[in-house]
Design a binder for this molecule. Structure first.
Ligand code: FAD
Ligand code: SF4
Length: 509
């Protein structure tokens, strides 16, 4: 009797109960396949880091005495598809049972479930033992409510798990939310902590990926790949974050700067999403720092909210609404991405920096993703599906379950307001307030119209003009509409004309 256990590339959790003790009857199967490199065009570092981390994980399992069948991208027996390889391995080993951990992506979940249903041997899906919530928990919690809110689920999970909750059942510090303290601009101090990530030389692996014909974009940085590729490295990154960055995480959470790529963000999303780290240990480490007086409550709460709140919430939206969720386009936006999404070469300094950094590092922090790149996509009317493909390809941490609700829901309002209560639209005033991008930009942040006017301004006001029928009744936007309505008709017409010209010439900006 042989049991095949499939480990996907984002299931690199050495503490999973599957690995408690080696069993000669169990063969662990891992594979590098074109099906996974090609479903969207990926950043080079994303392909490299996932394959390198998978190879390391397979080595670790073998060292611990587990049987592992690893199919490399250039292996002659590689059928380059999940099912093709699994069928061949079942025959090869005479397997009598197959098991896999719950995939996080609907695409793979659907594929494996359909395949397993037709198999002549038993096929079982095991828990991935990673998240706080089960796939369907958020849907059950929100029931038939038309609008879901992160805050509601977050408070429920805080209470359920006793996280930052006092003995009286009230939130620690007497408040659920410290956003008011958490919105500061960064002007160079406190200094951004040094980047503690390890460097790996993966030139050989990069060569085999290229020789296998895999297409990618962005800089591979194969000679100094800077992502944690094993649990011990991820733990070191977590410790460094807790010590050096967490104390300032809250205050500068929304800040952006040309002189700091990560500011006080953790860069832990890759390690979390491939499951080298468990969200509980990350949350616990942050709380321990607060209890020891090494980080303020506002910073710790802000950070815990990202993981216990947003990360679990977007996953809940994903599983409740897929597969139709990815087709949402409530605002009927359909413009293609401008060419500079692929090279960062635009005169708009904020976008040149945020996109340039994304192409170079496969990383941008949340506010760059949301309030610079996503914001432009929203107010310019870019296709949410085209943006989804770009975001899914470009970031090191991009897996559809977390990327899609963030892109379509939070950033593009394409779900019509299910995930968030209002569109994240901002003009140059917002970007100027939260960053140092505008000084030295070829555009003028205070101008709305004209050759030198910052494109964000006309596009911002025109976004609200174009979508008045849908958005004007939203109480959170009443101030915006009051401001818009105060503008003279002639100025409103000039804004609309300028925005239309910008939309027609996005490539040239
Ligand atoms: P930190 O700021 O240090 O936050 C800590 C952790 O909290 C992150 O590592 C992440 O696990 C979690 N987190 C924070 N914000 C979110 C959020 N909105 N949703 C889910 N988890 C969150 N995150 C991804 O992991 N993968 C994606 O593909 C992804 N795509 C995004 C696309 C758009 C348009 C936007 C606006 C956000 C996206 N995010 C995505 C969320 C967030 O931007 C990243 O998690 C974060 O920037 C990762 O960097 P960090 O680890 O330094 O995060
Ligand atoms: Fe961006 Fe406009 Fe500021 Fe230039 S002026 S950096 S385009 S917000």
């Amino acid at each position: 009797m042989t049991l095949l256990r499939l480990i996907l590339g984002d299931q690199l959790n050495p503490n999973h109960s599957w690995f408690t003790a080696p069993d000669p009857k169990v063969v662990h199967v891992m594979m590098e396949i074109r099906q996974e490199t090609d479903y969207v065009r990926h950043h080079a570092q994303k392909i490299l880091a996932i394959f390198a981390a998978m190879r390391d994980f397979a080595r670790q399992l073998k060292t611990l005495g587990h049987r592992v069948r690893y199919i490399a991208i250039d292996d002659g027996s590689n059928r380059q598809s999940l099912i093709g390889n699994l069928d061949a391995l079942i025959r090869h080993y005479g397997a009598t049972r197959v098991e896999y951990q719950a995939p996080d992506e609907w695409r793979l979940d659907h594929q494996l479930a359909n395949w397993g249903a037709d198999l002549s041997i038993p096929c079982h899906m095991a828990d991935s033992e990673h998240f706080y919530t089960a796939r369907g928990d958020a849907a059950a919690f929100f029931g038939a409510r038309r609008q879901w809110r992160q805050e509601t689920l977050y408070r429920h999970l805080r209470r359920q798990h006793g996280i930052l909750i006092g003995e009286n059942g009230e939130p620690a510090g007497g408040r659920w939310n410290f956003d008011a303290e958490n919105r500061q601009r960064w002007s160079g101090g406190p200094p951004e902590p040094h980047d503690p990530r390890p460097e790996h030389d993966h030139r050989k692996l990069w060569q085999s990926i290229n020789e296998a014909g895999v297409s990618s974009f962005g800089q591979p940085q194969a000679e100094a790949l800077r992502w944690p590729l094993k649990r011990a490295e991820a733990q070191a990154l977590l410790s460094d974050f807790i010590e050096r960055a967490l104390p300032h995480f809250g205050a500068y959470q929304d800040a952006m700067s040309r002189h700091a790529r990560r500011l006080f963000h953790s860069q832990l999303s890759f390690a979390l999403n491939v499951k080298m780290l468990n969200p509980r240990e990350v949350v616990d480490a942050a709380i321990a720092a607060w209890l020891a007086g090494r980080a303020p409550l506002a910073a710790v709460e802000g950070f815990v909210r990202q993981i216990l709140g947003w990360r679990e919430y977007v996953r809940g939206v994903y599983w409740a609404k897929m597969p139709s969720y990815r087709d949402n386009n409530a605002l009927s936006h359909d413009l293609p991405l401008p060419r500079w999404f692929w090279d960062g070469e635009t005169g708009m300094r904020c976008l040149a920096h945020a996109i340039g950094q994304s192409l170079e590092d496969a990383y941008a922090h949340h506010i760059q993703r949301l309030m610079v790149i996503g914001n432009f996509g929203l107010i310019a009317g870019l296709s949410p599906q085209a943006l989804h493909e770009w975001y899914l390809g470009v970031y090191i941490d991009a897996f559809e379950w977390v990327e899609l609700p963030n892109t379509l829901g939070m950033s593009q309002f394409a779900d019509g307001g299910l995930l968030g209560s209002k569109p994240y639209a901002g003009s140059a005033a917002y970007i100027g307030r939260m960053s140092d991008y505008c000084a030295g930009c070829r555009y003028q942040p205070k101008l709305r119209i004209g050759r030198d006017a910052c494109p964000f301004n006309a596009l911002y006001w025109n976004f609200f003009q174009r979508h008045r029928a849908r958005l004007a009744a939203n109480p959170r936007l009443s101030l915006v509409y009051r401001q818009l309505d105060k503008l003279p008709d002639a100025e409103q017409a000039a804004i609309a004309a300028h925005a239309a010209a910008l939309q027609a010439n996005l490539d040239t900006l």
